[in-house]
Design a protein around this ligand. Sequence first.
Ligand SMILES: Nc1nc(=O)c2c([nH]1)NC[C@@H]1CN(c3ccc(C(=O)N[C@@H](CCC(=O)O)C(=O)O)cc3)C=[N+]21
Length: 284
Amino acid sequence: MTAQILDGKATAAAIKSDLTARVAALKEKGVTPGLGTILVGDDPGSQKYVAGKHRDCAQVGIASIQRELPATATQEEIEAVVRELNEDPACTGYIVQLPLPKGIDENRILELMDPDKDADGLHPMNLGRLVLNEPAPLPCTPNGVLTLLRQYGVETKGAEVVVVGRGVTIGRPMPLLLTRRSENATVTQCHTGTRDLASHLRRADIIVAAAGSAHLVRPEDVKPGAAVLDVGVSRGADGKIVGDVHPGVAEVAGFISPNPGGVGPMTRAQLLVNVVEAAERSVG
Ligand SMILES: Nc1nc(=O)c2c([nH]1)NC[C@@H]1CN(c3ccc(C(=O)N[C@@H](CCC(=O)O)C(=O)O)cc3)C=[N+]21
């Protein structure tokens, strides 16, 4: 028995088709959602992700606003572009592609964003709203993980979930989403300081692997039938994506998200969801 594939590409396509109709309805009311991106530097990976986001926008009818700065841009220059997008009525939501070049104070840049235009859900105000159970744009990758589980009928209620990683974009917000009353999961957060990762993984009904450590989750550490979500992105010597989940896990797990083709496309789809929801809130 091999695991059922949690197909992020197909699920993202279905979300985008729903969003296309909602964007059309917004346009009838005179509102065109516009997604801005701020890209600093010339990292080929980041350029590729940002290009993908604009392709997604074109597909669903969201306008694109692209701002690019050289790797030598100063803190002040980046902040000036943030202020510009805060004030631009055509830009209803935007992201600052991370990571920013060394020497730039990333948190200061994020704090400067208008929280109501935060398409990533990573503004401190919105992370705070998440902690306080107030409505807010949700962090895209954790929300994409949940949407994928829901799509395939994987029950989170009462489930033992192990999240591996404590990064700001996934590891830290993921348990906040999973422990809301609507999801009701029991979460263990593991990280590089965890004494015995395998003992935690073996008990998990759901594993979210977001450590960025190639093939960290091995088949012998996965409970038969568990759902395993591979969020990690490392690069092999050939430049191909290597996930946090060993390929042999597909023989043990009940559900597995491929990588690529799993959580990545879901992240992009949830970004569009945040932009469209913010525009819908603005028309009331
Ligand atoms: N402010 C900010 N927000 C982000 O959401 C953000 C960021 N900065 N910085 C970088 C990471 C990375 N990230 C990805 C999104 C989609 C794919 C994706 O769609 N990947 C495809 C494959 C792409 C390939 O083949 O290289 C897939 O998994 O199938 C990957 C990575 C968003 N990030």
